[in-house]
Every structure is written in C-alpha cells, then in structure tokens.
Design a protein around this ligand. Structure first.
Ligand code: GTP
Ligand code: MG
Length: 473
C-alpha cells in the first residue's frame, strides 16, 4: 500500500493531446513543458506539424504524462459544414456518432486529413490542451473548432499563448471562453512562461481530471523540486567561478613589462573561465549553444562582448570602480604590495586590510619574502569580480525565465541584478582572496573540504540575494 511519502505514479501515463488552430504554438508549448528545444518542428507558418507525435514526461524512469502534438486545425468552418451535411438533423445523431461518421467519410482522408488526425487522437486521450494565439480576436472559426473538439467528450483546458505580446487580447478570450462554459483557463506564454506557469497548468488540469489529481499533484511537486535543485546547482556553478577568479594570484617580477605580461595571462584565464561557466549554465538549463552563435548574442554581442577588464564596462554596469581596476596597464587588477618602499610594518598592515583573513603568518611571510626579492603578486580586482557575478546572475535569471520554445537571443538585463553594484564582496569571497590554493586556475590548486564548504555557502548567499518578491523558489 502506498504510504504518505511515496509519490503516486500511474501504471500507465496520462494521455493529453495538444490541439488548436494552426500556428498557435502547440509544438512550442510542448518544447517548453518538456524542456526539450529539439522536439518537433516549429515554424512561423501554418501547417508545420503534419502528424501526431508523442512525447513523455517522466518522474525518474516512470512516464507520468504522454503529450501528443497534433497538426493545426485549418478549416474549422468547412469541417463543421461538412459534418452537418454528413449527419442530417432528422437522424438525431449524438456528438460521438457524428465524429465517428466523419472519421469514416471520404473527406476525412482527403480535404480534412489533418483535422481527422486531430479528432481521432481526441477520442483516445484523457484530456486536451487547446492552445490559443491571444493576438487573434475570438472568431467563429475558433468557436466551431472548440465545439467540434468538445464533441469528442474529453475535458479541454484552454492555454492562452502569446500573453506577453503587445497586442494580446487575454481578457477578451477569457470572456469569450467563459461564455462557452469553459471556466478553467491557464495563461502560459510558451516563450516566456510565468515562473509558476507549469504549476498553474497542472493545477487546472487536476481540476478537470479528478481521477488523475493525485498523479498531477505528484508531478507538480516533482517540478517544484527540480526547479529548486536546478537553481541551487546554477548558483553553485557561479560560486565556483567566483572562487576560481577571486583566489587566483600570480607572482611576477617587479617590473612593468613582466607585470603587463602577467595581467594578460590573468585576463585570458578569467575570460576563458567565464565562458566555461556560461557554457555550463546553458547546458545545465538545457539550452543550446547554437542559439547564441546564430544570434551572436550574448557571447560576442554588444553587451556581453564588452570587455570584463575595461573600466568603461564596469562603469556602464553601474559598478563602482576600484583603484586597481582603473590603473592603466594593470586595469582590472590589484597588485599586492606593489607600492614602492613599503616597510615590512606597513606591508603587514596593508596585507591584512586587502586580504582580510590571512591564513597565518606562514603564507603571508612567504609573500613578503617574494616582494623583498623583487616579486609581486597580481590578483583580479574586486570590481571585476562583482561584474562577473552580476553578469552570470543576470544570465541565470534569464535562463530561469526562458521557455524552451524561445528562438530569439537571450537578453541580459544586468541592471536588474541586486546586490553587486556597490556592495562589498561577501565574506566568503574575501576569505577566498587570501587562499590562492582554492583557484583551479592557478598552479597551487589543492582541493579541500573547506573550499567545498565555502563554495556551498557562497552559492546559497548568491541565490538568496536574488530572490525577489513573488518569485517562486
Ligand atoms: N513570441 C512568441 N512566439 C511564439 C510563442 N509561441 C509560439 N511562438 C511562435 O509561433 C510560431 C508557431 O509556433 P509553432 O509551435 O510551430 O505552432 P504550432 O501551433 O505547432 O503550428 P502548426 O504545427 O503549424 O499548427 C513559431 O514561430 C513560434 O516561434 C509565444 O508564446 N511567443
Ligand atoms: Mg506544430
């Protein structure tokens, strides 16, 4: 017997058809619901999907729902007229008999071939999602379509798509659907769905499919958990990037040419590391690199392409520029203990201020020794680390809100990112500054439990600082 904690999974998946007028975003909806940007074919012209195609949603290994993408209905009025002619009033056929007669007719294999595929599927499934392009007004063709679909006797949940479009007519559609006695409705823009969009959709479906309500609730829980885990993992990837960069420290002989060369090495390391994080995040959220190459954003595009180490970029991102970041050849870097003529005493003081928590005199002593022998150490400036954090956080936010049907390039809104512009680095990062062995980019890398714990803590701080009101976590 199922206990309280065991998820309730069905023996066979719930079957749901996705139907609607042609080009309303049916295939797009399935891409987003299954987080699969490769599913089916999506195109901005009618009649793209020609056949019924199934795709399953799994919990673990168990299929919970099977969705069926269907061809768009093109001629609902012609179809209704044809069915009327096939079924004279005096025969008093009920709705099912009318559909059966149509499916046996000649035109169901010719003129209304697409429509017949949809109706046949409607008879097989437990429910249907009726996708609506809310930029269209509600016309007779839609009403005929809904009436014919409803005559298959399956619960239908209207899904309002294109809800973020300038010319959406959501209210008009809600009103019209209510008149047709359709009261459970969901707004779900497939390209930019609301964060709780899936939750809403399965909630409404559970109302229509009472017998399957437990399965749908299990699915909702599962989706929520996954969303949370995805988010935590994303901020962990970001925390690893920041620790790698903040801990990075390279010694260089104390002369301008060597300094220039070392900062160049550091720049390249940090840029590559940022790209690596970006790629990891894309993969993590199941988006494709091609999308970005095609559209040149954000990798080489205007905003993203702005150089991390240019003081101008920092200023434009509203990030307060530190002294190191603005300083000529070494822009974007802090050069430790470089001020000429430091005495051991003032060096100790400055070191303590820069590094925060020094890990004992031992390492610090070695560093001073290096300085005395004509070496200095270069690290990435705080403001650059803040910019990195802000950019990648903006990316995470964009990915969280992006549907897998989206085809336009990701736009990054760095101004909306809270907490990086003029704040101090979090304590965890200050601690990282003085632990060069925590950077996988440097020669001194040593994996350690302390480093791992710090990454977890930093990830949590980063995630929490970005939760804004009304956001689902
Ligand atoms: N901006 C925006 N575009 C969308 C949205 N949903 C779908 N599209 C676009 O609308 C067009 C049609 O989408 P499809 O998913 O192919 O529509 P369909 O209903 O499967 O079309 P057929 O298979 O031809 O019936 C594509 O260009 C999509 O990118 C949305 O919510 N917002
Ligand atoms: Mg399609």
């Amino acid at each position: 017997m199922a206990t309280h904690n065991e998820p309730q999974l069905p023996a066979t998946p719930l079957e749901v058809a996705v139907v609607g007028h042609t080009n309303t975003g049916k295939t797009s909806l399935l891409r987003t619901l299954t987080r699969n940007p490769e599913f089916g074919e999506v195109n901005d012209s009618p009649g793209t999907t020609r056949h019924v195609e199934g795709i399953q949603l799994l919990i673990g290994e168990t299929p919970v729902i099977e969705f069926f993408d269907t061809p768009g209905i093109e001629d609902a009025i012609g179809l209704a007229d044809y069915i009327d002619r096939l079924c004279p009033r005096e025969e008093r056929l009920d709705a099912w008999e009318r559909i059966d007669r149509f499916l046996d007719s000649v035109e169901s294999r010719r003129r209304f071939e697409q429509e017949a595929r949809v109706l046949k599927k409607m008879l097989d499934v437990d429910a249907a999602l009726y996708v609506i392009d809310t930029r269209d007004p509600m016309l007779s063709k839609h009403k005929e379509e809904l009436a014919t679909l409803a005559s298959c006797g399956r619960p239908i949940l209207p899904v309002l798509n294109f809800t973020r479009h300038k010319y959406q007519r959501v209210d008009e559609w809600r009103e019209g659907l209510t008149r047709l006695a359709m009261h459970a409705i969901v707004e779900f823009d497939t390209v930019a769905p609301p964060l709780d969009g899936e939750d809403q959709l399965y909630e409404r479906l559970a109302v229509l499919l009472d017998r399957h309500a437990a399965t749908l609730r299990t699915l909702q829980d599962n989706i929520r958990t996954q969303r949370q885990q995805r988010r935590q993992e994303a901020y962990r990837l970001l925390a690893e990037l920041l620790v790698d960069v903040a801990a990075l420290r390279i010694s260089t002989p104390a002369n301008p040419a060597a300094l220039e060369e070392t900062t160049q090495v550091l720049r390249d390391l940090v840029r590559q590391r940022e790209q690596h994080c970006l790629q990891a995040l894309l993969t993590h959220y199941n988006f494709r690199r091609e999308d970005f190459l095609q559209h040149t954003l954000p990798l080489e595009g205007e905003r993203w392409g702005m150089d991390l180490f240019s003081p101008q970029t920092l200023k434009e991102a509203g990030i307060e520029v530190g002294k190191g970041a603005a300083a000529g050849a070494a822009a974007g870097f802090t050069v430790d203990l470089i001020t000429a003529g430091l005495s051991l005493g003032s060096g100790t003081l400055i070191g303590a201020a820069v590094g925060g928590a020094w890990q004992g005199l031992d390492r610090f002593g070695k560093r001073l020794l290096g300085k005395l022998r004509g070496y200095q150490e270069v690290t990435v400036d705080n403001s650059v680390i803040r910019l990195l954090a802000a950019r990648q956080t903006a990316l995470i936010q964009a990915l969280e809100q992006r549907g897998h049907a989206a085809r336009d390039p990701i736009t990054i809104d760095i101004d909306r990112v809270a907490g990086f512009h003029d704040a101090q680095l979090p304590d965890t990062l200050i601690e990282t500054r003085s632990n060069p062995q925590w950077s996988t980019l440097g020669d001194a890398f040593e994996p350690s439990v302390r480093r791992q714990r710090l990454i977890e803590r930093l990830a949590q701080t980063l995630g929490e600082s970005q939760i804004t009101e009304g956001q689902i976590t």
